[in-house]
Ligand binder design. Structure first.
Ligand SMILES: [Zn+2]
Length: 327
C-alpha cells in the first residue's frame, strides 16, 4: 500500500471536480459540484477546500502531500490566480494561496489543457512520448504540448493557446476573445452554430428546408446547436454532413499549424465534441491534414482518459510539480 496521497482538481466554468489519488494515480474517491457563481470569486477556493475535506473523510486518508489544479484561464501562474475569466462572473479568483495556507501543503496551478497534456504524458496514450500535443475540441478549443520532453509554458503559462490560431484571414467570424478569424470562432462547441449559419446562407434554400436538420430545429435557425448538427450528421443528413466536413477541413488547418510548429509524433484529442463524435471529427482531420503540413504527419488518436483527463493531469502535476517552473 502506498503512503503518499495527493489531490487533483479540475476547475471548469460549469463543474468543479476533485479527486484523491495515491502516488500511482489510483483514484480512491472523487466528487463533482456545480462551480460556485455567486458574488465573490474567493468563495471558489472555499468550495474546493470543502470538497477536499469531504474526500479526506470519505476515503479515510489521514494526510495529503500536495494539490494540483487544472483550471479555466486566463491564469496568472506566478500569483496563483485566475484573472478575468471569460466564463465566470469574477474579476479575480485566488486559488493557490487560500488553499495552501488552509491545508498547509503546496498547491500547483496550471491551465486545464496544460494539466490535460501532463495527464496524457503520465497516465494516458502519451507515456514515454517526448513530442506530444493534446487538443481539446469542446466549448472552446485548447491544447497542451511537450516538445523535446519539456512541457511548454511560456512567459505567463499560455504557450499553447491554439484555439486562437488564425485560420481565416478574412476574419468572417468573431471569437469569444474579441478577435477575428480564430480557429475557435469556427469549430468550438460554442461557435459551430455561427459557422453553420454562415454556410447555410450559401446553400440551396429548398435543400435546407427538406433536411433533417431543418426538421430537428423546427425551421428556426436560432435553435441551431452543435449537438443537433452532429446528431443530424450522424443520421446521414446531407446538409449537416456538409457542415461537419467543412468543420473537419478547418480543424485540419488548425492541426496542421500544430504539426508545423511543434513537430509532434503524437496528437491526442479530447473534449466533448471529439469524444462524442470520434469518427465525424477525426476522419476529416486525418484526410486533409497532409494538404497543409510540411512536417511529417503524426499519429492522431482519441485520448483514452476521456473526460477525466484534466483530473488525471492535476493528480500527475501534484505528484511531479518540478516541470511547471516558469522561466
Ligand atoms: Zn480568439
Amino acid at each position: 500500500m502506498s503512503n503518499k496521497f495527493v489531490v487533483g482538481v479540475d476547475l471548469g466554468a460549469t463543474w468543479v471536480r476533485v479527486a484523491l489519488s495515491d502516488e500511482n494515480g489510483n483514484i480512491l474517491g472523487k466528487l463533482s459540484e456545480k462551480t460556485y457563481r455567486g458574488e465573490n470569486g474567493e468563495k471558489i477556493s472555499e468550495q474546493i477546500l470543502n470538497m477536499i475535506f469531504k474526500l479526506i473523510e470519505k476515503t479515510g486518508v489521514t494526510s495529503i502531500s500536495a494539490v494540483g489544479i487544472g483550471s479555466i484561464g486566463p491564469l496568472d501562474m506566478r500569483k496563483g490566480v485566475i484573472v478575468k475569466p471569460a466564463n465566470l462572473p469574477f474579476e479575480n479568483v485566488p486559488l493557490v494561496e487560500p488553499i495552501s495556507s488552509k491545508l498547509n501543503v503546496p498547491v500547483y496551478l496550471v491551465n486545464d489543457c496544460t494539466a490535460a497534456v501532463i495527464g496524457e504524458h503520465r497516465f494516458g496514450a502519451g507515456k514515454g512520448v517526448n513530442n506530444l500535443v493534446y487538443v481539446t475540441l469542446s466549448t472552446g478549443i485548447g491544447g497542451g504540448a511537450y516538445v523535446d520532453g519539456h512541457l511548454l509554458l511560456g512567459k505567463d503559462g499560455n504557450a499553447v493557446e491554439i484555439g486562437h490560431i488564425v485560420i481565416d484571414f478574412e476574419g468572417r467570424l468573431k471569437c469569444g476573445c474579441g478577435k477575428r478569424g480564430h480557429w475557435e470562432a469556427y469549430c468550438s462547441g460554442a461557435n459551430i452554430p455561427n459557422f453553420a449559419k454562415l454556410m447555410l446562407n450559401e446553400m440551396d434554400k429548398r435543400k435546407i428546408e427538406e433536411s433533417l436538420l431543418f426538421k430537428l430545429i423546427r425551421g428556426d435557425l436560432s435553435g441551431l446547436t452543435t449537438e443537433v448538427i452532429f446528431r443530424a450528421a450522424n443520421e446521414g443528413d446531407e446538409i449537416s454532413l456538409r457542415i461537419v466536413r467543412e468543420i473537419g477541413k478547418l480543424n485540419a488547418i488548425g492541426f496542421a499549424n500544430i504539426v508545423n510548429v511543434y513537430d509532434p509524433s503524437l496528437i491526442t484529442v479530447g473534449g466533448s465534441i471529439a469524444l462524442n463524435n470520434p469518427k465525424l471529427v477525426l476522419e476529416p482531420i486525418r484526410k486533409h491534414l497532409g494538404n497543409y503540413t510540411v512536417n511529417k504527419v503524426p499519429k492522431i488518436v482519441l485520448t483514452p482518459l476521456g473526460s477525466d483527463i484534466v483530473l488525471y493531469g492535476a493528480v500527475a502535476l501534484a505528484l511531479n510539480p518540478s516541470q511547471i517552473q516558469l522561466k
